[in-house]
Design a protein around this ligand. Sequence first.
Ligand code: CDP
Ligand code: CDP
Length: 229
Amino acid sequence: DARPPILAIDGPAGAGKSTVTRLCAQQLGLKYLDTGAMYRAITWLVLQSQIKLDDQLAIADLVSQSDIKLQLDANPDHPPRVWVQQQDVTDTIRSPEVTQSVSAIAAQSAVRQALVRQQRILGQSGGLAAEGRDIGTQVFPAAGLKIFLTASSLERARRRHKDLEQQGAAPISLEQLEQQIAQRDQKDSQRSLSPLCKAYDAIEIDTDGLSIAVVTDQIVQHYRNRFGI
Ligand code: CDP
Ligand code: CDP
C-alpha cells in the first residue's frame, strides 16, 4: 500500500486532540480531519431546524439532506472552517448550546452512519490525521498509528476554562465546567454505538503536565519511527 499511513487520535474532551492533531498534521504533511466538528455541525443543524433531539426519524431525514464541508484554516492556530448548507458555522458550532446537545445527536445510528461514510471517503487516499472518539476503533480500524490521549478531568476542565476565558465567553466556574465535561464523557463512553474507548492497539499518552509541544513531538516520533518517514 503506497498511500501515506493514517494517524488516528482519540480521547475525551480537553485531552488536546484538536491542538495536537493539527500540529502533527502540519509536521508530517498530512491532511487534518476534525470529526467532532462534523457532529457539531449536524447538531447545529438539528437545533436550527427545531427538531427534537430524540426525534431520530426526522434527524435521519435531515442528515440525509445535509451538506457539510470542512476546510483547514490557513492560520494553523485556528480550527478548520465549517460550512453547513453553504453557511459558515465555524464559530457557532462551538457554542454552549451545541456542546450541550452534541452527545445526544452523536449517539444516533443514522448520524454516525452518514458521518463515518464521509470520513472514510476523506481517508480513501490516506495521508490523513483524524481525531475524534471512534477513529481507531470504527472509522479507520486499520490506521497506521493510533494514539489515545488522556488527562485527568480536572486538568481537562482547567484547559477548557482557560480557553473560555480567552474567548471572553460567559463565565462558568471550574467546578461546573468539570461536571459538564464529565457528563459528556460519560455519555460518549457509555453509548451503545461506537463509544469512546481506546483501541487495543493504540498508544496511550497521559498528557497531565505535558506541554502541547512535547505531546506533538512524541506522536511525530512514533509515526516517523514506525514508517521510516
Ligand atoms: O473538542 P471537544 O472534545 O469538546 O469535542 P469534539 O471533539 O468537538 O466532539 C464533540 C462531540 O461529538 C463529542 O462529545 C462526541 O459526542 C461527538 N463525537 C463522536 O461521537 N465521535 C467522534 N468521532 C467525534 C465526536
Ligand atoms: O480537542 P480536545 O478537546 O481534545 O482538546 P483541545 O481543544 O485540543 O485542547 C484544549 C485546550 O488544552 C487547548 O487550549 C490546548 O491548547 C490546551 N492543551 C494544553 O494546554 N496542553 C496539552 N498538552 C494539550 C492541550
